[in-house]
Design a binder for this molecule. Structure first.
Ligand code: HEC
Ligand code: HEC
Length: 238
């Protein structure tokens, strides 16, 4: 093994041990908010103190997303629907009940957004991205992202996340994992159906445009989807 690999393995084991102990100091029945602040330090080291996401990193914003959406993601990381080992290990032995409490905790936070992406993307690409997000592409039977993620793109209860406050690298990364089949949502997995229709050019355009939008005046998810979804989604029963 190279020295760097050994060093990072030691760091990883030390971090995981600390983080698991922090989380496991749990009385799953009665976490007081202040006690939760302490326990989720294992999470906020990557996701930001209030789950707000980070300015220049891949780590996604988790604060303010619908609790059921967050819960579905934790189950996915624990049980294999999504893969990111440093998180999978952390939550491997946590019961559903506790994962619900962690999800509620982050869903109820509304910290400031991380800085929007900057960097040179041509106006034509951004315009194309905006059109796909707001109108889709009827010729390819590609629905508008806003048809499900909401006109304000802040998501909808109970299972659709907002798309703002995320970096383009994260959004594009997730579309890639849906396309390749390493990310799964509850069936029918509408995001898989959408991702397989998108070209690399589409993904660059939508993720760059989304990551450049300002925080909306009201960043909370809508209380339900408005109208029928253009495709059925298992995580958003209607
Ligand atoms: C070592 C850094 C790290 C730690 C610690 C960590 N996460 Fe994550 N988390 C990530 C990364 C990176 C992703 C995105 C992984 C991917 O590419 O799908 C993620 C994704 C998530 C998501 C999905 C976000 C979304 O919008 O779909 C949730 C929810 C989440 N983490 C919650 C937690 C919770 C709760 C904890 C503490 C128990 C935690 N994370 C600990 C790095 C971390
Ligand atoms: C038919 C409804 C629907 C449409 C249309 C739709 N989405 Fe989604 N999207 C969902 C649902 C439901 C989820 C949550 C899936 C899960 O539980 O993992 C989701 C999740 C996501 C996520 C994960 C966010 C995160 O924090 O990890 C991204 C990124 C995303 N959608 C992007 C898009 C983009 C870009 C478009 C347009 C090209 C789009 N979606 C169109 C329903 C939809």
């Amino acid at each position: 093994m190279h020295r760097r690999t050994i060093e990072s393995s030691i760091l990883f084991v030390a971090f995981t041990t600390w983080a698991c102990t922090t989380l496991a100091a749990t009385d799953a029945d009665a976490p007081m908010p202040s006690a939760m602040d302490q326990r989720v330090r294992a999470c906020t080291s990557c996701h930001g103190v209030q789950g707000q996401g980070r300015d220049n990193d891949y780590f996604p914003r988790i604060a303010g997303k619908p609790a059921d959406y967050l819960f579905n993601q934790l189950i996915a990381f624990r049980d294999g629907g999504r893969t990111y080992p440093p998180m999978g290990y952390l939550i491997a032995f946590l019961p559903d009940d506790y994962l619900h409490k962690i999800s509620e905790y982050f869903a109820n936070l509304q910290p400031p957004y991380p800085n929007a992406d900057t960097g040179n993307i041509s106006p034509a690409v951004l315009q194309y991205g905006e059109r796909l997000v707001t109108h889709g592409d009827p010729a390819r039977k590609l629905p508008a992202c806003a048809a499900c993620h909401g006109a304000r793109l802040t998501g909808a209860q109970p299972g659709i996340p907002g798309l703002l406050g995320l970096h383009a690298s994260y959004i594009a990364g997730q579309m890639g994992t849906w396309r390749s089949g390493t990310r799964h949502a509850v069936a029918p997995d509408c995001m898989h159906a959408i991702a397989v229709k998108l070209t690399d050019k589409d993904i660059t355009a939508v993720s760059s445009w989304l990551a450049r939008q300002p925080r909306p005046d009201d960043p909370r998810p809508a209380s339900s989807s408005d109208g029928t979804l253009p495709l059925a989604c298992g995580s958003q029963p209607q």
